[in-house]
Design a protein. Structure first.
Length: 323
């Protein structure tokens, strides 16, 4: 019985090298700003992934008038690859380094989010009109001209289909149309520089659904890779506290998924624009990118100041006549 007890004691004993730190000492790691920086990264790459997975279905339904079934299928183009690609993110982080991968993740996410900020729109604004060069009486008004006295003023008539350019094909950029509409009547006396035909400018942007989906797909891929890259940092900086730091980073990411739809909804209610979602993601990504870059510069100044000076120094001027 005694020998059996000793064997059991040896079996359940802590392995060699196991940490004997107290819970208080482990939690003290959370005082490091680096932990919260990693948490902000994960708030973006995981939290916004979860939030967008919920938000994209009503987005497609409201902006593109899709059925819920179709909207769900379109949202899958974002969610499925983003979840699967995480494994590749780990491989890339091991091969190229987590920091370099995060630069690519944040840069591409920022670029795609900025392109998605422009909303689907049809804007009508006052444009360049036609004014009388001399006083007189309006004697004739046609579809393309207005006659005042003996002088004829031409103007651009309104197109038959104002929105046709905006709806045909996959327009990548906004389109504009300009025309004039008569502002006077037959027999009316006009003065010099009085408006004869008011100008109208129409700016339309279709926010083509396939281009939109392609950009959303890019964001899904980058967020999926970013989820692995963030966690790749933890063993390098906190080898003895991987569990504590990883748990806190995961909590902050989960909070992003919880509060994300609330933030999107509040921005929509405040602005009336669905694209404020991408504006928020772009700002959050820019904050992460700037913060990371500043930290990288600080590390380089501390550990490799000569290299940083060489990178920031201007290129030497080439002598005249040199080959």
């Amino acid at each position: 019985a005694v020998s059996l007890k000793k064997k059991l004691t040896l079996t359940i004993a802590k392995p060699a090298g196991a940490s004997s730190r107290s819970v208080k000492a482990s939690l003290a790691t959370l005082k490091h700003m680096r932990v919260w920086r990693f948490g902000l990264y994960y708030f973006l790459v995981f939290g916004m992934f979860v939030a967008l997975a919920q938000w994209l279905i009503p987005y497609y339904v409201n902006v593109y008038a899709m059925s819920i079934v179709t909207a769900g299928l379109m949202a899958t183009i974002f969610t499925l690859p983003s979840g699967v690609i995480r494994a590749l993110g780990g491989t890339l982080s091991d091969k190229f380094g987590a920091r370099r991968v995060m630069y690519w993740v944040l840069g591409l996410t920022l670029a795609a989010a900025v392109l998605l900020i422009v909303p689907k729109m049809d804007i009508f604004s006052p444009g360049q009109g036609v004014m009388a060069q001399a006083p007189g009486t309006v004697t004739e008004i046609t579809d393309s001209s207005i006659t005042v006295g003996d002088k004829v003023y031409t103007y651009e008539r309104k197109p038959e289909a104002v929105q046709s350019k905006n709806q045909e094909g996959a327009a990548l950029f906004p389109s504009s149309q300009v025309w004039q509409e008569p502002a006077v009547e037959l027999g009316q006396e006009v003065k010099k520089k009085e408006l004869l035909a008011r100008g109208v400018t129409h700016i339309g942007f279709q926010a083509n659904v396939w281009i939109f989906t392609a950009l959303v797909f890019v964001i899904g891929i980058t967020l999926g890779i970013g989820k692995a890259a963030v966690y790749r940092h933890i063993p390098d900086y906190f080898p003895s506290d991987v569990g504590v730091v990883g748990g806190m980073v995961g909590v902050l990411g989960g909070l992003g998924g919880f509060f994300g739809p609330m933030i999107f909804g509040s921005l929509l209610e405040w602005s009336g624009l669905w694209t404020t979602t991408w504006m928020f993601i772009a700002i959050l990504t820019a904050v992460c990118l700037v913060w990371m870059h500043r930290v990288v510069q600080q590390l380089m100044r501390a550990k490799a100041p000569e290299m940083l000076r060489d990178l920031e120094a201007p290129m030497p001027s080439v002598r005249r006549g040199a080959n």
